[in-house]
Design a binder for this molecule. Structure first.
Ligand SMILES: [Zn+2]
Ligand SMILES: [Zn+2]
Length: 150
């Protein structure tokens, strides 16, 4: 389930340009944090990214991972899902998409739908504020959890 490496190289070239444009130093750690998000489909949180990178980069700290993820997010290079800053999960897919979330294990996958992109929201939503985007989150039980139930 990994994104093709050629595609990742292209994304990393883009990362380099954006960092340069914003006067931010390109460090090996920043590239590796970005690569981790770009190549995975499972929308990891900062802790999970840290655990994975530690094998490759023993010097990296959770704090660095955390700050780098939010830097990438602020630069528009990655997306986020989740409500609070603590439980935020990071998303390498910047195309408009929606999520299937397993209620048991939290597995999260992307899906696409033009119909859902053009969803008409009730006017009452405007009472809370200005809508920026609307993403559908479908909750269910993933195939793996389902097979364990049987
Ligand atoms: Zn599951
Ligand atoms: Zn996603």
């Amino acid at each position: 389930m990994k994104t093709q490496s050629k595609e990742i190289d292209k994304q990393i070239d883009h990362l380099k340009i954006v960092l340069k444009e914003n006067g931010i130093k390109l460090t090996h750690q920043r590239v590796e944090v970005f690569r981790e998000i770009a190549q995975t489909k499972d929308h990891p949180d900062a802790e999970k990214v840290f655990q994975r990178l530690r094998k490759k980069l023993p010097m990296i700290s959770l704090d660095t991972v955390y700050r780098t993820l939010w830097l990438l997010k602020d630069l528009g290079l990655i997306g986020t899902i989740g409500f609070s800053r603590e439980s935020t999960r990071f998303d390498g897919n910047l195309d408009r998409h929606h999520h299937f979330v397993c209620a048991k294990c939290g597995m999260t996958r992307d899906f696409y739908s033009d119909k859902l992109n053009n969803l008409i929201l009730p006017e009452s939503v405007a009472e809370f504020g200005t809508v920026q985007t609307a993403n559908i989150e479908v909750k269910g039980i993933c195939k793996e959890c389902e097979s364990k139930l049987n």
